[in-house]
Design a protein around this ligand. Structure first.
Ligand SMILES: [Zn+2]
Length: 143
């Protein structure tokens, strides 16, 4: 396989935007209720708050703060090929939504509640054809 045949495949479609220019950065895609203003991630057609069925897609903020986190010490089921231990957390975005994500870019135990983190799209693992499976996570904001 040559490099040009190698593709980047998102772990799931529709989770984040694909930048169309180098200056653009990916953003997570959520849904906002035009009725009550509820915001959810990932997208959902029906509002969990008021049952409105006309939720609209919105781009979520790239930066947020760690609301809660934990470090996973044991290797998850076989399909997971990433490093162990790793940290996962709930990231509170200024949009008013919390996102469950892997924490990256620092030692697993070094993350703190309230720490500012930023969206990163990273290679999770390779599939059988050698394509990069891409996933989202959050990493400390560069000072
Ligand atoms: Zn609603």
């Amino acid at each position: 396989m040559t490099a040009s045949e190698k593709k980047q495949v998102p772990v799931s479609e529709g989770l984040w935007t694909t930048p169309s220019s180098p200056g653009e950065k990916p953003q997570l895609i959520g849904s906002k209720c035009p009725g009550c203003g509820e915001i959810v991630f990932p997208t959902n057609r029906r509002c969990i708050n008021c049952q409105n069925e006309h939720m609209e897609d919105i781009k979520l903020s790239r930066k947020g703060k760690i609301h809660a986190m934990t470090t996973v010490m044991l290797r998850p089921p076989a399909y997971y090929k990433g490093p162990v231990p790793f940290s996962i957390g709930w990231i509170e975005l200024p949009d008013g939504v919390r996102v469950n994500a892997t924490l990256l870019g620092a030692e697993p135990d070094s993350f703190k509640v309230g720490q500012e983190v930023e969206l990163v799209i990273h290679k999770l693992q390779e599939d059988e054809e050698g394509n990069d499976i891409m996933a989202f996570g959050f990493a400390p904001v560069e000072a």
